[in-house]
Design a protein. Structure first.
Length: 140
């Protein structure tokens, strides 16, 4: 029976942490692979050396993460650590001032949100539900 690789940390930054949010501790990424098989996994999402700022305030500094196909990823951190900023940046709602974001081999660093949606990436804030065809059918 094939087994998947053990979980591995995938977040590093040159300052030794997972990136620095406004409070000095960036989000921490945990991963678990469920792909199985013997071959190497392909990077589906690569965020490299990203810096995101809100005006003069740094929200992420030198944030790097790689998500392989078949991995399940969690993003953990205190309030203000940069979790939402990370997701907004990946989905095209906010752009990084430095670094790059690649999805399935395509550089999406400067894509608008409607372009990332066309690739299958969307951002649904906490407390909201995404609407699908089944939901519309149930509405009175």
């Amino acid at each position: 029976m094939p087994t998947s690789a053990p979980p591995r940390p995938t977040t590093q930054s040159t300052d030794g942490g997972a990136g620095n949010g406004p409070v000095g501790n960036g989000p921490v990424v945990g991963t678990s692979s469920d792909a199985g098989g013997d071959g190497p996994l392909m990077a589906l999402l690569e965020v490299t050396g990203v810096e995101v700022r809100y005006g003069a305030v740094p929200a992420l500094h030198d944030f790097t993460v790689t998500v392989e196909q078949g991995e399940i990823v969690t993003l953990l951190g205190a309030n203000g650590a940069g979790k939402t900023t990370t997701l907004r940046m990946i989905s095209g709602l906010h752009h990084a001032s430095l670094g790059s974001v690649r999805f399935d081999g395509i550089d999406i660093s400067h894509f608008a949100a409607h372009k990332t949606v066309q690739l299958g990436i969307s951002h649904v804030p906490e407390g909201r539900r995404s609407l699908c065809a089944d939901d519309r059918a149930r509405e009175p």
